[in-house]
Write a new protein. Structure first.
Length: 196
């Protein structure tokens, strides 16, 4: 699949603000600073479609981007950022949960984790949450440019074990810096869109 067209459509907190045209959706979720915005920019060949945050935890809304005039990329708020109040954390959790429940057109969730670290409790919770709601999940290990091949191999095994990855859910590698893993991820997204 090639992405030829991408356009920001809307930001939402409540379901009434989501697009209503029933196009299929692919959602991106992960810790704040894990590289969600950078990854979406890489996939769409745009430098500034999504703001890459100097300050983590800036994305507090559900952002919808129309891709090739066919489907949406949905950028969800980053979780787990330490420097916010408990109340604020809860409200972001709510924004994510509200979106995930009953979203029939949501075909796949891409869960981003940093390839260098053990998944956080929030990451594990998010993965079980995704499975609980019955979605297929693709885990993407980001920032692979920061590790050697050997370190990566070890960490991939570690991530699969720690997340308790179900059969059928793939784990892909990605670097927004050198664009490695891009073709494979686009293939993965394409197949999700073609699933009945
Ligand atoms: N080396 C390297 N740095 C990356 C990569 N992806 C993202 N970064 C850097 O990581 C930081 C966070 O990236 P973002 O794309 O803004 O992360 P985010 O997940 O959208 O963060 P929030 O919107 O706060 O949830 C930025 O400084 C990026 O330049 C990558 O693949 N390699
Ligand atoms: Mg972001």
């Amino acid at each position: 699949m090639e992405i030829k067209q991408s356009e920001f459509i809307t930001s939402a907190v409540k379901p009434e603000q989501y697009p209503t045209d029933n196009r299929l959706e692919i959602a991106f979720v992960g810790r704040s600073n894990v590289g969600k915005s950078s990854l979406i920019n890489s996939l769409t060949n745009r430098r500034k479609l999504v703001k890459v945050s100097g300050t983590p935890g800036k994305t507090r809304l559900v952002n919808f981007f129309l891709i090739n005039n066919e489907f949406y990329f949905v950028d969800l708020p980053g979780y787990g950022y330490a420097k916010v109040s408990k109340k604020e954390k809860e409200s972001w959790g709510k924004v994510i949960e509200t979106y995930l429940v009953n979203r029939a057109q949501l075909k796949r969730i891409i869960l981003l984790v940093d390839c260098r670290h053990k998944p956080s409790e929030d990451d594990k919770l998010m993965y079980s949450f995704i499975k609980h709601y019955g979605y297929s999940c693709t885990v993407v290990a980001t920032k692979t440019d920061k590790l050697t091949k050997n370190e990566l191999r070890k960490n991939i095994a570690m991530l699969k074990t720690e997340l308790n990855l179900e059969e059928g859910d793939s784990l892909l590698l990605f670097s927004s810096l050198n664009k490695s893993g891009k073709e494979e991820l686009l293939e993965n997204i394409d197949s999700a869109l073609k699933e009945i």
